[in-house]
Write a protein that binds this ligand. Structure first.
Ligand code: SAH
Ligand code: SF4
Length: 383
């Protein structure tokens, strides 16, 4: 038995058909009851009060409900006398000691979004991403993916709220772990349990063509976001080494196929790196790539990660002027552009910052280069 696998089989994250098969000859309706309990957040078989005691004990001797536990919880502490932005980051310990992170984000309407990881570390190695700099430890299994959601849901419930959206944008590249991601999605979307709509789930990929094609052909047709960051092949290869094996013309075809087969509008994400990918030529290439895809462009000003550089120069946040000019160029080219809100920086839980817990949460919040002294972090960028 590998040390990443618990001795007892874990039932969280098992899609219902697999659970029914595993528990046979127990009748399917009993398996459904158990599935519902797990989906509702039960932590132990003892809580499953509509099963008789003998069955609960038998299940307990053979299976575990969960495989992971919450190690630490970090809340955005606020800054300059302002309240925090509501972001909570959980550090979760997996079986075998691996640690991952999952984030609960709140928007202006207090809607909660769960940001979930699919790998410990990431093999893609994008030069601007903290997770990428950690290297790759291992794929998460379906239980470990689903349990992040269940931990975050319990957190939201404790504050009398619920999670309305899921973004698979935490640590790792989801389409390099597609089979476990698929099982996790089957669990999350099953109407017998959580019944989350596929339209409320977004999977973000760095552009793994094979995975996009596979999802287009076999589903599930969740919302898809593709991290483009540069539509100039040569620059993209340097920023995102995985781009070499996934060339832009083929990536565009795969995205067009997904758009067509899923009927869902695609998002193209671009991390804006100060002085690197915000020139008129970059905008033109992006306009050209997006042509015919009917996509929304989501710009993400780079979130600082200490010590990260690109070809010998430290990376820097784009200036406010750079972000605005780049946005205007894309809009002029006919693209629909949104800007990612930068929640979670106070706990290093924003895009690309997942990987380690800050020793001093809240102290690491860096100011925008153009920010004036009186600017609060919330309005450093107009959102
Ligand atoms: N591996 C997937 C999903 C996780 S990364 C992917 O790459 O799409 C989620 C998003 O964060 C991606 O769009 C990625 O480009 C972006 N990102 C990575 N590092 C970042 C950073 N330091 N600042 C802002 N965004 C970053
Ligand atoms: Fe991996 Fe996404 Fe980070 Fe790239 S941006 S290293 S694909 S997690």
């Amino acid at each position: 038995m590998k040390n990443s696998e618990p001795e007892k089989k874990v039932l969280a994250g098992l899609p219902l058909p697999e659970l029914i098969e595993l528990l046979a000859p127990l009748p399917a309706f009993r398996a459904k009851q158990i599935f519902k309990w797990i989906s509702r957040g039960a932590l132990a078989f003892g809580e499953m009060t509509d099963l008789d005691k003998n069955l609960r004990e038998d299940l307990d001797s053979r299976f575990s409900v969960r495989s992971s536990s919450v190690g630490a919880q970090l809340e955005d502490p606020g800054h300059n006398g302002k309240a925090g932005d509501g972001t909570v980051k959980l550090q979760i310990s997996l079986y075998g000691g691996t640690k991952i992170e999952a984030v609960l984000l709140s928007d202006a309407e207090e809607r909660k979004t769960a940001c979930i990881s699919t790998q410990a570390g990431c093999p893609a190695g994008c030069v601007f991403c903290k997770t990428g700099s950690l290297g790759f430890s291992r794929n998460l299994n379906s239980a470990e993916i689903v349990e992040q959601f269940l931990h975050l849901k319990a957190l939201a419930a404790a504050a009398n709220t619920d999670i309305s959206n899921i973004v698979i944008m935490g640590m790792g590249e989801p389409l390099l772990n597609l089979s476990e991601l698929r099982r996790a999605l089957a669990f999350l979307c099953d109407a017998e349990g959580l019944g989350i709509s596929r339209r409320r789930i977004t999977v973000s990929t760095c552009g793994v063509i094979e995975g996009i094609r596979d999802l287009a052909d076999k589903g599930p047709h969740i919302r898809l976001a593709c991290s483009l960051t540069s539509a100039r092949q040569e620059l993209r290869n340097r920023l995102m080494p995985i781009g070499k094996a996934n060339p832009l013309p083929l990536l565009k075809k795969a995205l067009a196929a997904y758009r067509q087969k899923s009927g869902q509008r695609i998002t193209l994400e671009a991390v804006l790196l100060g002085g690197i990918n915000t020139t008129p030529a970059d905008a033109e290439a992006m306009i050209d790539f997006a042509r015919g895809l009917d996509a929304v462009i989501n710009l993400i000003p780079w979130n600082p990660v200490e010590g990260m550089g690109f070809e010998g120069e430290p990376l820097r946040e784009p200036s406010r002027a750079e972000v605005e000019t780049f946005t205007a160029m894309l809009e002029k080219g006919g693209l629909k552009v949104t800007r990612r809100y930068r929640k979670g920086r106070g706990v290093a839980g924003a895009c690309g910052q997942l990987g380690v817990l800050p020793e001093n949460p809240g102290q690491g919040r860096l100011k925008h280069p153009d920010a004036k002294a009186e600017d609060s972090p919330e309005n450093v960028y107009p959102l």
